[in-house]
Design a protein around this ligand. Sequence first.
Ligand SMILES: Cc1cc2nc3c(=O)[nH]c(=O)nc-3n(C[C@H](O)[C@H](O)[C@H](O)COP(=O)(O)OP(=O)(O)OC[C@H]3O[C@@H](n4cnc5c(N)ncnc54)[C@H](O)[C@@H]3O)c2cc1C
Length: 329
Amino acid sequence: VEAIELVVVGAGPCGIGVGASAQKVDVGCVLFDKSSITSSIARYPTYMTFFSTAERLEIGGVPFIPMSDKPTRREALKYYRRVVDEYALDVRQFEEVLEITRDGDLFVLRTRTNTGMEAIYAARNLAIATGYFDYPNKLNVPGEDLPFVLHEYREGHPFYKQRSLIVGGGNSAVEAALELHRAGAIVSLIHFENQLDARVKPWILPDMAGRIRENEITVYWRSRITEIHPGSVSIVNIDTAQESDIPVDWVLAMTGYTPSPWMLRSLGVSIDDATGIPAHNPDTMETDVPGVFVVGVISAGYQANHIFIENGREHGPKIVQRVLERRTR
Ligand SMILES: Cc1cc2nc3c(=O)[nH]c(=O)nc-3n(C[C@H](O)[C@H](O)[C@H](O)COP(=O)(O)OP(=O)(O)OC[C@H]3O[C@@H](n4cnc5c(N)ncnc54)[C@H](O)[C@@H]3O)c2cc1C
């Protein structure tokens, strides 16, 4: 097999950014995604609006002009499809990278498609842009595997008249709480702090504060879940150690995500124990294994919220610059 100059694993917005940069300077580049392009955005809550303005989500200089200043999920999906078209990116969708090994200077990838076709490819450079959406932060309590405990949220409708306990105090938790409330769910929220996160979109905070004040949404502040049972949840107040049981139909754990660096680790990239950050040069995004790059949220380790589309899109140009330098070694 002839080696591909640059393989990108993951066709999220940041991976697409690498593809667009490569295309500009004729670096041969193939992207693989085990799902569709920007599958993470496809998995966002259906009626979600970005906190970023459109221009900060743009890739490769393709203009993004939504109906209002903050784009919707649907507009973003359409936009990123257009970026892939405009740059004629070679994206192999529904082809999962299962394993990467070394053969001298080359990286050898083993892949499998959704229809079960397996293939082998060789690459001279490898950009890992696998994101974090497959790895929601677990509550790590007994009963978490019960079928009414969800780690993903799409729409309020299924929760109509259902007792729904939302876990977390971040933006996703607050948005889910409000949507469920509007859809007629009986909503409560449990959070280990005594206030909501500072990062909650400022324009939804007054609505949430109002719902809490009017007792339309019950909040268990400074509390944690200790166990989930069929039909109920045991919680404890962190300050008073007081325990109680809440009857529930659904638990929605909106507790964020942490990327898994298994692919990087298998290639020998060092991962910092304390931060989870893969060793890399921020100017080139190249890891301590020459020719292996990190892209997007996977470069942020446990602080997954520090890298998002707005800053992760800057990785593409840096990586391609370095790939060009490596040509002339
Ligand atoms: C509700 C919500 C709202 C958000 N709003 C904003 C916002 O307003 N502004 C902003 O900048 N950010 C926002 N974010 C964050 C943003 O979605 C992420 O930062 C961004 O998706 C990260 O991009 P990425 O390319 O690093 O990874 P991802 O978008 O997660 O893409 C990774 C891709 O890799 C693929 N993949 C994984 N493993 C493999 C494998 N083994 N083989 C092949 N493919 C693989 C996945 O299928 C996926 O398509 C939001 C996130 C959420 C959840």
